[in-house]
Design a protein around this ligand. Sequence first.
Ligand code: GAR
Length: 195
Amino acid sequence: MTRIAIFASGSGSNFQAIVDACQQGRLDATPALLICDKPKALVIQRAEAANIPSFVFVPKNYESKEQFESDILLQLKEHEIDFIVLAGYMRLIGSKLLSAFKGRIVNIHPSLLPAFPGLDAIGQAVKYGVKVTGVTIHFVDEGMDTGPIIAQASIEVNSTDTAETLQKRIHEIEHDFYPTTLQQLFSIKGETITR
Ligand code: GAR
């Protein structure tokens, strides 16, 4: 079974959806570790409730990204992680992790990339006035929400939508789309992805 580490910075609703899918047998993976860069994030409580170990760190306590990624890498090795799933981890992945997990890091972003990368993608889409937006799942490279696209789902934006109402519908899509896409990815790549 593929052992995944989920990286998150916030409420962790996608973390929860992935953990639930694993527990319900819809995703053949073991959520073995949470990596979180925000000590107050709700996702930490979700990991505790699910008995999943977490590594929580404060980036500004380190001198460089390379240093905190070295600590992350130690944790990934200790927990025998095969694959990294970013789920609302609001930080660029550095060369240390990218080279150690080449082709084995994916991200979800709440827009149809390459439109609206970066922070507040949903707010950006509403502000721009697009009629269709969506969700993108992609492999991670050194860029901001760049890297080869694996799958996309679209959603219509209504004239009455605010960032909040749209976010709610996008989250509903994400919670189904992320586990389903991961399952397809893992089955295409072989029965399990292991190091
Ligand atoms: C999700 O909507 C995800 O697509 C987005 O953060 C949210 C996290 O929500 N990710 C990005 O914007 C990445 N650039 P969650 O903490 O409830 O899962």
